[in-house]
Design a protein around this ligand. Structure first.
Ligand code: ADP
Ligand code: ASP
Ligand code: MG
Length: 418
């Protein structure tokens, strides 16, 4: 017998028929003799719908109230799945985020889990009851509802798996594993049987939304075994225990598997970035700090940063990227401080996308970046900004060119399936 946490994403939970199928998958896992807890997302499209209501209410809505609104999508699906499980004769009940509770900090809309009380959950699981937990939801120390950022149900699932010391956390979604790039964009993407935590972390952080970044860092830290697999399966499909999907493994485990490592693991794109340029900033110590300090205080994650070298005038332009969802707040914060920062103009552009290549092989091989630049140049794709880490190279390009860029790079690094 094992203890398994199963997570089902929005597409898997979209509508009665799909929830019924999810219930059968869960029932089957329990019938195999396992203790099961299930974490669910809102129905596909529901969180977007709720976010839009908030935006319509106010461009600068209160993030605490936003959380009250958007957390509701998961409440619906958790109750519905519990009903469907009961209809199949299983003992099941929902546990809302505040009922467990899932304790988080108070960074509304992107809260971080601090701990989950799992005693009651464990007792109910041990009694053969299936626990259905809405993902995405948390509770601050002051008992306000929080959410964990878009895609946060993955993190809820991993956190529950860590809290109940699960043998495995199965993340069911609408693709059957992690691919070399988004299989919906590149038909020739290849499924990876294994990917390391480190590579998955980097892929997620640069836009492979198949797993939320925090879920991967948490799994790495807590040593949770994570599998990504499809919920769009027939009743007689191979059981999850046979690992039909992609397993996230440690470096040592991968070496033990004796696989030939690819230089590049995968390619990811992120269309949710926005670019902001402040012109004619004084080229003096403290100028850059005065831009980024208020953004940091407002919990806005700035990603790529470029400061042009000042020429004769002692002035410089600073360009950076931030999430599109934070653009309005970023602009408001900087505009308020226009005098203090001392910029001339602020130019914002949300028609940009970031494309990244990821692979641990980069540590020991030169030329990865130049292959990227050349492949993009050959197709006339202009690079607006570049950033690198030890195992990643990212470029910012026009949003209209992102799909072409991903395809071109997939071929350039020899990742296309035969
Ligand atoms: P869920 O609703 O189940 O959480 P998501 O839409 O968040 O599902 O994530 C699954 C999607 O991630 C897939 O449909 C696919 O389009 C996308 N995706 C992006 N990059 C990858 C990748 N490298 N491998 C697999 N899927 C990817
Ligand atoms: N429903 C939330 C979202 O769409 C959380 C999730 O699905 O993981 O971001
Ligand atoms: Mg997701």
């Amino acid at each position: 017998m094992a203890r398994i946490v199963m997570k089902f994403g929005g597409t898997s939970m979209a509508g009665t028929e799909r929830i019924r199928r999810v219930a059968r998958i869960v029932q089957r896992q329990q019938a195999a003799g396992h203790e099961v807890a299930v974490v669910v997302s809102a129905m596909a499209g529901e969180t977007d719908r709720l976010v839009n209501f908030c935006r319509e209410a106010s461009a600068l809505y209160d993030p605490a109230e936003y959380d009250v609104v958007v957390a509701s999508g998961e409440q619906v699906t958790s109750g519905l799945l519990a009903m469907h499980l009961q209809a199949l004769g299983c003992k099941a009940r929902s546990w809302l985020g505040w009922q467990l509770p899932v304790r988080t900090d108070d960074a509304h809309a992107k809260a971080r889990i601090e701990g989950i009380d799992s005693d009651e959950l464990l007792a109910s699981m041990a009694a053969g009851e299936i626990a259905v937990i809405p993902g995405f939801q948390g509770l601050t120390a002051g008992n306000r509802i929080t959410t964990l950022g878009r895609g946060g149900s993955d993190t809820s699932a991993v956190a529950v798996a860590a809290a109940v010391k699960a043998d495995r956390c199965d993340i069911y979604t609408d693709v059957d594993g992690v691919y070399t790039t988004d299989p919906r964009i590149v038909a020739k993407a290849r499924k990876l049987r294994h990917v390391t935590y480190e590579e998955m972390l980097e892929l997620a952080s640069v836009g492979s939304k198949v797993l939320q970044t925090r879920s991967v860092s948490l799994a790495m830290k807590e040593k949770v075994r994570v599998q990504v697999l499809s919920s769009f399966i027939d009743d007689d499909a191979p059981a999850a225990d046979t690992i039909p999907g992609t397993m996230i493994v440690s470096d040592e485990e991968l070496e033990g598997l004796d696989m030939e490592r690819q230089l590049i693991t995968g390619i990811a794109a992120d269309k949710n970035e926005a670019k902001v340029t402040l012109t004619r900033i004084a080229d003096r110590p403290g100028a850059v700090a005065s831009i980024f300090e208020p953004l940091a205080q407002a919990n806005i994650n700035v990603d790529m940063i470029i400061q042009n070298i000042a020429k004769d005038k002692g002035e410089t332009d600073v360009t950076f990227t931030c999430p599109q969802s934070d653009l309005a707040r970023t602009q408001a914060l900087l505009e308020e401080r226009k005098e203090a920062i001392g910029f001339y103009r602020m130019i914002a552009d949300s028609k940009v996308a970031k494309v990244s290549v990821v692979g641990v092989g980069m540590r020991s091989h030169a030329g990865v970046a130049s292959t990227m630049f050349k492949a993009l140049a050959d197709r006339g794709i202009n690079i607006q900004a570049i950033s690198t880490s030890e195992i990643k190279v990212s470029v910012l390009i026009d949003a209209d060119e992102v799909e072409l860029a991903v395809r071109v790079l997939h071929t350039a690094y020899g990742l296309d399936a035969a």
